[in-house]
Every structure is written in structure tokens, then in C-alpha cells.
Design a protein around this ligand. Structure first.
Ligand code: SF4
Length: 482
């Protein structure tokens, strides 16, 4: 049932494959605020701007004044969807927002969140980050529902609506056990703000305060933008309710195993975010340090691929004593748009994005520290560019283990057989990308860098050990979306 919606899109599967960048993508940023004293629409706009890295394809805000809700949503970046004038029309004291990254097949206006159900006596809006493993089965139980989008989000909203209960919190609590998979959700009715997280806690969700009023969002960097205080991470299986009676929380479900996405530390989250009390920048820096102990090599310069590898490269440089420097200047105005469905154009896209500092590169032995290798096409091109500039040696050090498996918990990965490490050995990858040496951080080293316990982290894309079972229907559904 869900798949039929994807056929609405004109983009073919082959085009979609090429349209993807050579990185893993998070599937959204969520934000919510309850404040009677402040301009909630404007604060949500600022919060969404800070969460822009979690999704660039669409953005939306819903506001309630207690009697009715009003929303603005559109495709595009936060700053292209909102302006001073349209934000002024969003008056109220509760707001939720969303930045969306979809697989290309689902990038339509109907799918832009928050998803809103306008009901007779109330409204219910929902912003979602994750993947529901059983959305296909759940949607089958909603035989009478006419869906307006092809998102899991609408299935979740409808399941909550259809679940018996006198209040929204009762409905959310009862429907919680039906949802299997990864979900960090911010929702609202006309009078209440809700936030809840799956029992494994795959995706981040944090709680903050601004002038004694509550904010919830995907990452703490959005709190900094508002000068709000970071209180804590919302616990896996926890439901938070904020209304005119104040703040309430309840543990809906505990899981024997927590599975926070370790890739949030590797690449997805901003370095200035704090997740599970760990500053992402410091985790990345430690991962670079550990990698330099695990895989040392003689060189003149340690460099990063701007900007994601910078923290880790600084760590590698510090621990190895090899100076840190820059050899690639990134054109910050080149986005995903340059990626065309032809490999030739894709290659020139890498050149457009990164320009080498030829004088610095010439004759040097360079260590490039990167966060991860997905398909290997970008790093291969960068090595070619630097070798053409006269680099003597290029050593690649990757601050995560080889990605061999697809993610089914809210991160957009290519099908496993398009991940280079699923088909090639490390030595074969080295040859393919043209590096003089290639080493990956061990899983043990990555876990050590997070300073968390291994059994509290998801690392399924490296190990294939999925903590929530993935059935074939779900696997198929996800792959068809890609
Ligand atoms: S499979 Fe990988 S990307 Fe997906 S949640 Fe687990 S660690 Fe994160």
C-alpha cells in the first residue's frame, strides 16, 4: 500500500541511485516549543535553521494558539520556505517544526512535515525522525484511511488517532507498543506539546529550557541558537507532555537493549551538539587520536575533507605530532544540485566542490582523515586531484569501520551491494581509490571514542547486528524507496 505512493514520483529508480551523494544521510530534524511568553514561530524557525544539516529537501512549522492551528510548509531550505512576513502570520504558544531529508522518490510537497490531521474538535500534528519497521503492516490495518502522503509519519499519526483513548496522551501511550523501529517524535494538539522516543533510542532527541519554558529538538545545537539551556536527552521509551499544567513525563516502555546510532557521532550530528552528555566534536577528536595509535604512518601533513572530517583530523594530528593543514578549499555554495545522473558530470562535481592548494600539496606525504567511505567515488576523485598536484603519497585514515550493511533505522544508505566495503576487501578498496595506504578505525576504537558502553550503541551498518529485527517486507519497502 505504501509503495503505490512512491510511483507518483517521476524520478526513476536508476536516476535516484545517481542522485544520491557519496555519504549517508539522516532522515530529518525535529523541533518543538511550548511558550506563552515568546514568539514560538520565530524560535522554531531558528531551531530549524540549526537542524538544516539533518534535512534540506523540505521544511514546515505548525503553530497553535489553543483554539486552532496554522501551518506553513514547502519544499526547500528553511530560509527559502520562511521569511519575516510569513512567520508573523504564525501566532500561538505551541509550535513544532521539521526539516526533511527524504529518499528522492518521496520528495513531494505532500510529504513535507509536520503532518497535520485536522479533526472536528482538535488537530494533531507530528514531526518524525526515524523509520518504522512495521509501517507496511500498520498501514494495512488503516483500511478506511485515505492517505495524503507516502510517509511513515502519516501512518504513525493515523495509528495514534485511531487508537482508543480519551486524551492524546492515552492514545500515544497505547499505540506506542505498535510502533517497531526507530522513532524520535515531536507532536502537538491544539493545547499540548508531546515528545517521545522509541525504546531503543536509535535517533537523538533532547530536552532544553528557555526562560523556564520547554524546548525539544533533535540536537542540542538548536538549543544554543535560541540561547536555551540543555537539560538532558529524552530517554528511550519516554513520553514528555507539556501543557498549561506544566511538564509531565512517563516511561512508556523500557528495552533490554539501547541502540543509540553511533553514526550520529561519526558524521550525522553537528560537532557542536551534545548527545548522551558527549560533545560530538570531542568524540570525533578522540576517534582521530585512537586511529593514529591504531594505524600510524610517516607523513608531512594531516588534512581533513572539509568540513566533516575536521575534528577527527585535528585529533589524529595531535596524537601523531604531524602538523594539521588544509589542502582542499570547499566551495560552500555547491550543494547536492551538482549531482547529475551521469558519472562524468558527477566527477566534475567533485572538482567544483573541492579546489586544491597546489603549492602546499606538491611533494608532500599527506594523511587524509575522513569520517567514512560509502561508495568510494568521492575519495577516489580527491586522491586523483591531489596526485595530479604532485602529492608524493596519500594515506587514507577513516574514522569508522567499513560500512557493509544498510541502515533500516532512519539513515538513508544505499542498498548493501552498492556499499563498496560489502563487496571489496580493504586492500581492494585501497586499489580502487588509488591510495598509498588505507586504514579504518576499529569498532572497539570507535566505541572507546564515544565513552559509552558498546551495548548501548547501534553499530549495525558495520556489523550487520540489527537490534530490532528487520523483516523482508520492511527491507523491500526501504529499498524501493531508495
Ligand atoms: S545501522 Fe548505522 S546508521 Fe543506522 S542507526 Fe545503526 S549505527 Fe546508525
Amino acid at each position: 500500500m505504501r509503495n503505490k505512493f512512491f510511483s507518483d514520483n517521476k524520478t526513476t529508480r536508476t536516476e535516484r541511485v545517481f542522485l544520491k551523494d557519496d555519504v549517508l544521510k539522516d532522515n530529518c530534524g525535529v523541533f518543538g516549543i511550548y511558550s506563552e511568553k515568546q514568539d514560538v514561530a520565530h524560535l522554531t524557525f531558528l531551531g530549524l535553521q540549526s537542524l538544516q544539516h539533518r534535512g534540506q529537501e523540505g521544511a514546515g512549522i505548525v503553530v497553535s494558539n489553543g483554539k486552532k492551528t496554522k501551518s506553513i510548509k514547502n519544499l526547500g531550505l528553511v530560509t527559502s520556505v520562511f521569511n519575516e512576513n510569513n512567520l508573523k502570520t504564525l501566532k500561538g504558544y505551541i509550535a513544532i517544526g521539521h526539516t526533511r531529508y527524504s529518499t528522492t522518490g518521496g520528495n513531494t510537497l505532500n510529504n513535507v512535515q509536520p503532518i497535520i490531521l485536522n479533526l472536528k474538535d482538535d488537530d494533531f500534528a507530528i514531526s518524525f525522525n526515524g523509520n518504522i519497521a512495521n509501517s507496511h503492516q500498520l498501514s494495512k490495518t488503516l483500511k478506511k484511511v485515505k492517505f495524503c502522503s507516502s510517509t511513515d509519519t502519516e501512518v504513525i499519526a493515523q495509528i495514534i488517532k485511531e487508537t482508543p483513548g480519551k486524551t492524546w496522551e492515552e492514545k500515544i501511550s497505547k499505540s506506542f507498543s505498535y510502533l517497531k523501529g526507530a522513532f524520535s517524535i515531536v507532536a502537538m494538539s491544539r493545547k499540548k506539546l508531546f515528545a517521545f522516543r522509541d525504546p531503543n533510542g536509535f535517533r537523538p532527541l533532547v530536552l532544553g529550557k528557555i526562560k523556564n519554558e520547554h524546548v525539544v529538538c533533535s540536537e542540542s545545537c538548536a538549543l544554543d541558537m535560541l540561547e536555551a539551556e540543555y537539560i538532558r536527552d529524552i530517554e528511550p521509551g519516554e513520553l514528555i507532555i507539556i501543557d498549561d499544567q506544566g511538564f509531565k513525563n512517563t516511561k512508556l516502555m523500557s528495552s533490554k537493549k539501547q541502540s543509540f546510532c553511533v553514526f550520529e557521532y561519526v558524521y550525522l550530528s553537528r560537532p557542536d551538539s551534545v548527545l548522551n552528555d558527549q560533545l560530538v566534536h570531542q568524540v570525533r577528536q578522540r576517534s582521530g587520536e585512537i586511529l593514529s595509535y591504531e594505524s600510524p604512518v610517516a607523513a608531512d601533513l594531516v588534512v581533513a575533507i572539509p568540513d566533516s572530517g575536521t575534528s577527527a583530523a585535528l585529533g589524529y594530528s595531535k596524537a601523531s605530532g604531524i602538523p594539521y593543514g588544509e589542502v582542499l578549499i570547499k566551495n560552500r555554495y555547491i550543494g547536492r544540485t551538482f549531482i547529475q545522473p551521469e558519472q562524468k558530470t558527477r566527477d566534475s562535481g567533485v572538482k567544483m566542490k573541492f579546489n586544491p592548494l597546489k603549492k602546499i600539496v606538491k611533494g608532500k606525504r599527506i594523511i587524509i582523515v575522513d569520517d567514512s567511505i560509502v561508495r568510494g567515488t568521492t575519495i577516489k576523485k580527491i586522491i586523483e586531484i591531489l596526485k595530479k598536484c604532485g602529492a608524493k603519497k596519500i594515506h587514507i585514515r577513516v574514522c569508522s569501520p567499513p560500512i557493509r550493511y544498510s541502515c533500516y533505522y532512519g539513515v538513508d544508505t544505499p542498498d548493501a551491494n552498492r556499499l563498496i566495503a560489502s563487496k571489496k576487501s580493504v586492500e581492494e578498496i585501497r586499489k580502487f581509490i588509488g591510495a598509498d595506504s588505507l586504514k579504518y578505525l576499529s569498532l572497539k576504537g570507535l566505541v572507546q571514542a564515544t565513552q559509552l558502553k558498546k551495548n548501548t550503541l547501534c553499530h549495525a551498518c558495520f556489523t550487520g547486528k540489527y537490534s530490532v529485527p528487520i523483516n523482508n517486507n520492511f527491507r523491500k519497502n526501504i529499498l524501493e524507496k531508495q
